[in-house]
Every structure is written in structure tokens, then in C-alpha cells.
Ligand binder design. Structure first.
Ligand code: NAD
Length: 266
């Protein structure tokens, strides 16, 4: 049996494709209304067409998660089209692999900008929209998407791993602040294992490019070998975990990290 999310109003960043889109599909299948917030308007429109064709309630707002003013516009748009906000999933993220000896300062800044600042601004604007202490909202939930990379040491992904460790710590400070100030907003992290979608394939290809593995398939095999459950993650594995954290079944889950990685990151 799946959790009923009827009446839940959710904003998902990076929801135009990949894990974000699958999360939007799972939430709308369970009765939630969603706003997809993404920098890619063409993919966002296609995603909305797919969701509404399947009977879901979904709309798109443009956001660049690294830009404070863009967040203000996106949350204002989401509040107008949804008539309130109960959940924000900070899922937008990027990955650029490099060995330390070739570390590119601009690439690292880009990763930190999107993955760390983007998530921090997402928490800021989610709090402003949902906090119950000043009547702005009625409380809610934030789910921040980190990665198994926050909990392991895999070669070639230093900047990405650092950014995802930061996401986990942002989450815990946000949960503490929300509790202390009576916002009524739970804040949790999901750490997905490697998913064989576009980003997962890019990462595996990078391992070959950097000379860490002979082929991308060998890199994937190494990940599976390090995973006690013996397989890669699926988009459904991750989206179902996010749906649980959004739901009232997780009403006392706060400041937590939900690893959905087949125990790779123990
Ligand atoms: N795919 C995996 O194997 C994997 C594993 C662990 C964690 N993750 C994390 O899950 C999240 C989603 O990954 P995915 O596989 O769906 O990746 P993806 O590249 O398919 O999708 C990322 C989405 O984020 C959007 N985006 C990028 N920069 C943005 C910005 N500045 N503002 C707004 N939107 C922006 C993109 O347009 C895209 O729609 C990411 O945070 C990623 O780090 C992915």
C-alpha cells in the first residue's frame, strides 16, 4: 500500500528530468499537486505535459537555484498556482568529476554554487513560504537531495562529495533552527545511491575518462561490488523514499539522513 498524498502541495527543484521528474510522478500519482522548478524551460514544459497527460496536477516555474531573486519569483509563482506550500524538494544538482591533480577552480565553484548555495537558498525560501510561527504558512517539510557520495570516498568526485556532505549538514542546522524558532517545518536529507540515468551514466563515463577504471561498465561493476544489496538504485527507489519523508508517516522524522543506497554508504 502506498501513502496517500492527496491535498499535499509540493515544489520540486530540478524536476524537469531524472530523479526530480520521477519524484513529481510519484507524488502526483499519490494525489499531490506539484510545481516543477527548473532552469531548463523546454524540458520543464515536456515534463508538465507528461504529468498532466497522466492525470496529475502540475505546473512549471523557472528557477536558477543559485539566484536569490529567482527563488523569490519561483516561490511566489508556486504559492499562487498551488494556493499554499507543504513540501519543498531541493533536488537540483550538478556533477563534474576531476582528479585532484587537475582540479579546476571554476568547476568546483560551479558545483558548490548549485549544490550547496542552491540548497541553502532553497531552505531559506521554503522556510519563508511554509513557516507557521509568523502566519506565513502552516508548517511543512523540506527534503534535500545529497548522495551516497556524502558517505563514502570514491576517487574522482572530491568536489561533488564535498558539496553533498555540506547538504547533509545544512539539513541538520536547518532542522535545529526550525525547531528552535517554531517554524513547524521538518528538514531531512536523502542520500541516493548511483542511479543508471543520465547523471549516473555521465559519472560512470567520467571514471573511464579519468583513467580510474578501464571502462564505464567496470566502474559501474565496482559500485555494485561495494553495495551489499548487489545492484544500482532505481529512480523509483529514491522517489518512494522522498514520498515517505513528505508524508505524515514521517511526522517525527526530522534532521535525519535517509540513505537509499543498498548499504553502500555504511
Ligand atoms: N543520478 C544519480 O546517480 C544520483 C545519485 C545520487 C544523487 N543524485 C542527485 O540527485 C539529484 C538529481 O539528479 P539527476 O540524476 O536527476 O540529475 P539530472 O542531471 O538528470 O537532473 C538535474 C536537474 O537539475 C536541473 N538544474 C541544474 N542546475 C540547476 C539550477 N542552477 N537551477 C535549477 N535547476 C537546475 C537540471 O536542469 C535538471 O533538470 C541531484 O542533486 C544529484 O546530485 C543523483
Amino acid at each position: 500500500m502506498t501513502t496517500d498524498l492527496t491535498g499535499t502541495k509540493a515544489l520540486i527543484t530540478g524536476g524537469a528530468r531524472g530523479l526530480g521528474l520521477r519524484t513529481a510522478q510519484v507524488l502526483t500519482d499519490r494525489g499531490a499537486s506539484v510545481v516543477i522548478a527548473d532552469i531548463d524551460e523546454a524540458a520543464g514544459s515536456a515534463a508538465i505535459a507528461q504529468l498532466t497527460e497522466a492525470g496529475g496536477t502540475a505546473s512549471f516555474v523557472h528557477v536558477d537555484v543559485t539566484d536569490d531573486a529567482s527563488w523569490t519569483q519561483a516561490t511566489t509563482g508556486a504559492l499562487t498556482s498551488l494556493g499554499g506550500l507543504d513540501a519543498v524538494v531541493n533536488n537540483a544538482g550538478i556533477e563534474i568529476s576531476d582528479l585532484f591533480v587537475d582540479l579546476d577552480a571554476n568547476d568546483m565553484r560551479k558545483i558548490l554554487d548549485v549544490n550547496v548555495l542552491g540548497t541553502a537558498l532553497g531552505i531559506k525560501h521554503a522556510f519563508r513560504a511554509m513557516r507557521q510561527d509568523d502566519g506565513s504558512g502552516t508548517g511543512g517539510v523540506i527534503v534535500n537531495i545529497a548522495s551516497v557520495a556524502a558517505t563514502i570516498a570514491f576517487p574522482g568526485i572530491a568536489a561533488y562529495s564535498a558539496s553533498k556532505s555540506a547538504v547533509e549538514r545544512l539539513t541538520k542546522v536547518a532542522a535545529a533552527e526550525s525547531g528552535r524558532l517554531g517554524y513547524g517545518v521538518r528538514v531531512n536529507t536523502v542520500c541516493p545511491g548511483l542511479v543508471p540515468n543520465a547523471m549516473g551514466a555521465q559519472l560512470a563515463g567520467d571514471m573511464e575518462r579519468l583513467g580510474l577504471f578501464t571502462t564505464a561498465d567496470e566502474a559501474v561493476g565496482a559500485v555494485v561490488g561495494l553495495t551489499p544489496s548487489g545492484r544500482l538504485a532505481t529512480e523509483d527507489d529514491i522517489a518512494n523514499g522522498i514520498a515517505f519523508l513528505v508524508s505524515s508517516d514521517a511526522g517525527f522524522v526530522n534532521g535525519a539522513t535517509l540513505s537509499i543506497d543498498g548499504a553502500m554508504g555504511m
